[in-house]
Design a protein around this ligand. Structure first.
Ligand code: CA
Length: 428
């Protein structure tokens, strides 16, 4: 889905020029522009006419038909999309595939800052009555709800300042995933039509994640709740609606009331690192028999003995290890990143008074750059380890191929790509 045409600037239309009017102005300009009569009192600035604006106008005309089929009222569509033009900054953000990534320990350091821990604890106390009601209604741990709030928007400080309608129209028109943009924009129009929020107040990230919970519109439609009972679902201004929506989403995504997210663990010497994969699930009792122990020396909770768990090594066999349970995997439904789920879990533990983790991060390792990840994948292919597409993304198949290679050269098969591994592959 690469975009074949070059980047260029779009011109934001004057507010008040409706989509229909935009179409008329453009289609009429060549020979009949002067026949478009605009009342003196609300004369919009005529948009500069160019091929890009024309293509967007054509897209909008076609999208309008789709929106009407979905039951969006013409007045809602006109109001929300009045004067909207594509946003170049959204296109740039969508195309940006960063060369460098932060090591997981640096990400966690920021996520679990002392400031965030303190503020979260204060908010837990301040919202005690609300959180009592939420735990009763949804069965989700209050520390995790507040932890997600802290990581999604720094407790409401950073919700994004971009127009969600404009961002999604841009992605639908020329994003790498146009279907995503269209689907989310239809959902956004449904939210506006329901009267939950005015289009100009519907602000969020460039990708359309909105409010204090950073819900995309389809998630909002399915999971946002009016927990303060004022008749509107408002994840921008209402703490009750924000935390209620987070709890509702986790609850229906499989949260087990009263359950743990997991444990920091240690492995015995000679442990088979091929088992350290999120797709390998064994009961906590079975892991225990394989020699896994809690890093703090305490026993696993008796209630978890039968629970399914996976071994997660965020920085390979040289770094800390975590046995993660169902509730950890539920957090992944919220945001499909294991580093994020670990940050949510550890921050929730800090709110409860836990200290730092015990394992040491391999600080001398640095994550591979995108170019190096692609090179690693090419080397795996050259050595006969099939992993699918060489896209620089270390997914399930790439990890599997890395494990096979590691095992063949006598390294612990943790599936974790490092610069020393890359060097070894280059030299052999
Ligand atoms: Ca409300």
């Amino acid at each position: 889905m690469t975009i074949a045409y070059p980047r260029r600037r779009f011109v934001q239309l004057a507010a008040g020029a409706t989509v229909t009017l935009f179409g008329l102005l453009l289609s009429g300009c060549a020979d009949a522009g002067t026949h478009v009569r605009v009342p003196e009192t609300r004369k919009p600035m005529a948009p500069p006419v160019n091929a890009d604006n024309q293509r967007f106008a054509d897209w909008l005309t076609e999208f309008r038909i789709e929106a009407m089929k979905e039951g969006i009222k013409p007045q809602t569509f006109n109001r929300a999309l009045a004067g909207v033009a594509p946003d170049d900054s959204v296109v740039a953000a969508d195309q940006n595939q960063p060369e460098f990534v932060k090591p997981v320990w640096e990400y966690l350091k920021g996520a679990l800052s002392e400031k965030r821990v303190e503020r979260g604890r204060a908010l837990l106390a301040e919202n005690k009555y609300l959180l009592d009601r939420l735990e009763k209604a949804y069965g989700v741990d209050r520390h995790v709800i507040v932890s997600i709030w802290g990581l999604e928007s720094n407790f409401g400080d950073f919700m994004g300042t971009q127009s969600v309608v404009r961002s999604l129209a841009t992605l639908g028109f020329e994003g790498r995933r146009p279907t995503y943009g269209r689907t989310q924009l239809i959902a956004a129009l449904k939210i506006i039509e329901a009267g939950d929020v005015q289009p100009e107040e519907m602000l969020g990230s460039w990708a359309g994640a909105m409010g204090q919970t950073q819900f995309i519109p389809t998630t909002y439609l399915a999971h946002a709740v009016d927990f303060d009972g004022d008749g509107r679902r408002d994840i921008w201004h209402s703490t009750a609606d924000t935390l209620g929506s987070t709890a509702q989403y986790l609850s229906v995504s499989g949260w087990e009331a009263g359950g743990n997210w997991g444990y920091e663990v240690t492995m015995p010497s000679g442990f088979d690192y091929a088992l350290s994969d999120m797709s390998v699930t064994k009961s906590v009792g079975e892991w225990s028999k394989l020699g896994l122990k809690r890093a703090d020396g305490r026993a696993f909770a008796a209630t978890d003995t039968q629970s399914g768990a996976s071994l997660f090594l965020p920085a390979g066999h040289k770094g800390p290890a975590f046995l993660v349970l169902k509730n950890f995997k539920t957090i992944l439904v919220y945001n499909n990143s294991t580093s994020y789920a670990l940050a949510v879990s550890l921050l929730a533990d800090r709110f409860r008074g836990a200290g730092e983790i015990r394992g040491q991060w391999p600080l001398d390792e640095r994550p591979l750059t995108r170019t190096e990840r692609e090179e690693l994948q090419a080397l795996l292919t050259a050595k006969g380890y099939d992993h699918g597409k060489a896209d620089g993304i270390i997914g399930f198949n790439t990890r599997k191929a890395i494990r096979s290679y590691q095992a063949s050269v006598g390294l612990p098969p943790d599936g974790y790509p490092t610069s020393s591994l890359l060097e070894k592959m280059r030299s052999k």
